[in-house]
Design a protein around this ligand. Sequence first.
Ligand code: PMP
Length: 566
Amino acid sequence: MKSFEPEQFRRLFPLIVSNGASNLSVDKAPSLVYFDNAATTQKPACVIDCYRHYYQNFNANVHRASHNLSAKATTAFEQAREQVKHFINARSIKEIIWSKGTTESINLIASSLGQRVLSSGDELIITVSEHHANIVPWQLIAAKTGAVIKVLTLDKNGRVDLSDFDALLSHRTKIVCCAHLSNVIAKINPIDVLIAKAKAVGAITVIDGAQAVAHFPVDVQKLNCDFYLFSAHKMYGPTGVGVLYGKQLLLESMPPYQAGGEMIEKVSFNEATTFNALPFKFEAGTPNIAGVLAFSEALTFLSQYSTAQMRDYELQLTHYCYQALANISSVQFIVEQVADIPVISFTIKGHHNHDIATSLNSYGIAIRSGHHCAMPLMEYLQISGCLRVSMAAYNTIAEVDYFIRCLIKILEPESTDSDQISVKTNSAEKRHSNSEASTEIIAKLSQVKGWDARHREIMLLGKQLPRLDKTKRNDHTLISGCESLAWLMASKNSQGVYHFHADSDAKVIRGLLVIVLAALNDKTAVQIQSFDIDAYFSRLGLLQHLSPSRGNGVLAIVEKIKEITE
Ligand code: PMP
């Protein structure tokens, strides 16, 4: 086993090497600091290379053919399963089912186990800090079966509250669902106690290990859980591969989830179709062979290093970053005390999460803002969202220092910039013609080089947008994006000219709204419909910063404007 040397480890990740800098400076061109590892980690070269190697040397379908190539692919594929069995200390390879990821694993259990064990009035206990992936599949099956979901709350440190668990647990409890660690709170839940208590009333335990497996060893036999689920991509492996560990007896008792090739024993129109043995009963269709082999490569890669040393290093990063953030007076941590893995969630008093995340992005720092697919937790904590820094073993103390320096710079009171672009988009008394306003924006913004500086200009532009009266920021005018809120009001005069008022809770969105309204305000329906907004954003160099899937509010507003004027 190699001793874990952070700098050497880091050099094995091509994306980090080619985008990160060893000499980070607030005043230099931004280079990548990747702090979004809880969403997905970067991949080492050996995992990336594995794809080419597989497709070039032994691409064939598994389990199905009698030719050598298929035998070779099948052997490697099944060896990977064996490797996962050892990795989590399962009893048998029959207990290791491949899936697309944690989400699919949970959907499989909820659907298959749910239809077998749940009936009307039965109860499921789910913690309030679960990822949506460990909530919504259960809500669907509860609605179908008439089962009732009971929500387990947290103690003051953010771990599941065992006394609340005692109060919820009864002979009606059939299933208990809990994350080993929440992807926001990142404290190890007392799942050993939870599992033992659940067992005592005969309940089945489902543990979401998505955030655990990358950071410390997991022994499913020791835990004695019934199911344990995780994704390869959060532990240096590829996307699209996950694991469902389940106790053999339970898996055998469950009906198939998806149907098709591989999961059958015999198919007939004249007698009942019968199903394959475990684990294949739950693996319908051609699996993600290349992904499974790349995952196996990731496991081999990790097994070279001392887990204890890696964990020590990650905790060092966590404590260092936590302390540095704690020194900033406006930082408010989501829960008390430092996390158990390098994931730190917080908000900043007086600042919108989205503004902080986009400002950090302009320095090359990738962190996450929003609800982190844990809306019930946000509701419980009475916040609309939070910021999350999540690190991995290839991150460095220098990166933390750089992040903190940039954050402090962002939080400094803004200077009044006399050279600021001035656009009177919404002012009733002096409206520019829109072509004039949008041309002016294009001309001014194109003089500003680099996303960093452009981002600052956009934030300054936001100051020019008149606030929509509080009473008008309501459910009727709300257009919600994922990470921010935006409001829109429209009026039309007798000449058919539309005038819009828009607002947002995030400064950067307010700036972008100035840009949008400069193009679309005070125009007729025909003019609005024919305006090529994508080309406009593209000329401004903004297109890549407006993610349609995340719907950051601006695109939703554009859509709404087009809809109103259709
Ligand atoms: N559970 C937790 C705790 C997670 O953090 C995630 C990923 N953010 C998931 C489930 C879902 O994992 P995947 O998207 O890989 O299916």
